[in-house]
Ligand binder design. Structure first.
Ligand code: BG6
Length: 484
């Protein structure tokens, strides 16, 4: 049973806190998942922000919760749990003492959520430690991106590690909190059919697409430093790849799952030098049209010149017996035609075609795990078209729409992960070795992208990315599965 906890959000008035964290905690409250006595603290750098805090979080919740979720009376009761604190993270002054006094009189079960730039992670942990706020039931949650490359990630991890031991450090990747992502493990390891049909003998290739329609969303300076590779591939995409490709853990414990994921990351075939040009595509959106409206290009939105990519497609290989010669096509991008996130497992063709050509041919089976916009699992199978007298084959879809099956369930990745951190369950958080291994694969690609021939290719906003992304697959006799 989850014990009452104190949840401190550093960067309490920031975008993430307002858009995701506090609304997520509100959902937990509505669902009776916040034990009596739980307190939420949001730190603010400006004194005025403290006075405005309650209004601000309320307005943001009204805006970001789904229709019907925000109920004024419920919010008013929930809001009593929220306490703004005036605090400058980097100066260990009397405000830290005050916070320490408040926390020491509260719950020993304590979570510090660092919703701040990674540059202040170290100093924040130092001040938490100097304020004597670390006990065996204290955890620190750190947001991605963790670093800029392997060396900076290592430096950040070492800094945090001076004050918190590895088992108390919760590196968050909100994709792991998505129900459909967790369901992937259930699908793989609780269904005999998939356990037996999950390797190079049966699978032709895998596609993982995280396509977005949004652009910079007011995060220009962060995004331009990061780009799609650091923002989405190093973490979300590689984590999904791990869950698709990993071996069965011997137990469902954090250690077992993480050690299987690390093996996958370590088996990724390195891409460096010339290989990068052949196996990756970088793009940057130019002006285009979306939903009938003109949309500016990345450089116009940014207001300066830049070589940062907003789109990445990669052909990856995992060098182990299970995935030998099975390509994993990864793709992510902003300002694409549709928003959707999906994993497609494309099975091999039948070994012997018994049907005549006139039957229309056999489309290979496909398992589609959709994470967004709706959570569903689809299996594309061949069937006889019953409306025709002559034998005609047609692909049909078995569709398990989880949103329809669980109508009252509101899936919220951040809520799930915050409650796991409060309960001390690190299974869905990332181990330091995973971060290192992911950067180890990503760094040489980014390095090769610095060559002039690897400049990002322009693609119109509202398209599916640069032509070269289609060619990456068509050259292999394959094509991307899109929403339309
Ligand atoms: C974040 C990235 O981690 O994930 C954003 O920083 C991106 O750039 C977001 O938009 C996508 O998350 P989701 O859950 O909306 O797919």
């Amino acid at each position: 049973m989850l014990k009452a906890f104190d949840f401190v959000i550093f960067g309490g008035a920031g975008d993430l806190a307002l858009r995701k964290l506090i609304p997520g905690l509100y959902r937990a409250y509505c669902n009776d998942e916040l034990p009596e006595g739980t307190r939420i603290f949001g730190t603010c750098r400006r004194q005025e922000a403290v006075a405005e805090y309650q209004d601000k979080v309320r307005a943001a919740a009204e805006q970001h919760l789904r229709k019907g979720e925000f109920v004024a009376e419920t919010w008013d009761r929930f809001a009593k749990m929220i306490h703004p604190l005036f605090l400058d993270i980097s100066s260990r002054d009397e405000h830290w003492d005050k916070m320490a006094e408040i926390l020491k009189s509260g719950n020993d079960n304590r979570v510090f959520y660092l919703s701040t730039p990674p540059s202040v992670f170290g100093v924040c942990c130092k001040h938490i430690s100097e304020s004597d706020l670390i006990s065996p039931t204290t955890r620190v949650v750190v947001e991605k991106p963790l670093g800029y490359d392997a060396a900076s990630a290592d430096a950040i991890n070492t800094e945090i590690g001076e004050y918190f031991d590895e088992k108390s450090i919760y590196r968050i990747d909100h994709y792991l909190g998505k129900e459909a992502v967790q369901n992937l493990l259930t699908l793989r390891f609780a269904n005999g059919i998939f356990e037996h049909l999950w390797d190079a003998k049966t699978i032709d290739h895998v596609q993982i697409s995280l396509c977005e329609t949004v652009g910079l969303e007011g995060r220009a300076s962060f995004y331009d430093d990061a780009g799609a590779m650091r923002d989405m591939v190093q973490n979300h995409l590689l984590q999904l790849l791990c869950l698709v490709a990993m071996e069965s853990p011997n137990k469902l414990t954090a250690d077992s799952i993480r050690s299987e994921k690390i093996k996958v990351l370590e088996s990724l075939r390195a891409l460096q030098g010339d290989a990068v040009k052949w196996h990756t595509v970088r793009g940057q959106y130019a002006a285009g049209e979306m939903d009938g409206k003109a949309v500016p290009g990345y450089l116009d939105e940014l207001g300066k010149d830049s070589n940062t990519e907003t789109f990445v497609a990669i052909r990856a290989h995992i060098d182990n017996w299970r995935w030998s010669k099975v390509p994993f096509y990864l793709r992510t991008g902003k300002r694409l035609k549709e928003r959707f996130a999906e994993i497609v497992i494309q099975y091999k063709d039948v070994s012997h075609e018994v049907y005549p050509e006139s039957a229309g041919g056999v489309t290979p089976n496909r398992l589609v795990i959709r994470l967004q916009p709706e959570e569903s699992i689809q299996m594309v199978l061949m069937s006889k078209n019953l409306e025709k007298h002559e034998t005609e084959l047609t692909p049909v879809v078995l569709n398990l729409n989880l949103a329809e099956k669980y109508k009252h369930f509101v899936s919220d990745a951040y809520k799930r992960l915050m409650l796991d951190a409060a309960a001390g369950d690190p299974s869905l958080f990332i181990h330091r070795a995973e971060v290192d291994a992911a950067w180890g694969w990503v760094d040489p690609i980014i390095e090769a992208w610095q060559r002039p021939e690897n400049k990002p290719m322009a693609y119109p906003a509202g398209s599916w990315g640069p032509e070269a992304s289609e060619e990456l697959l068509s050259g292999d006799g394959r094509s991307w599965f899109n929403m339309d």
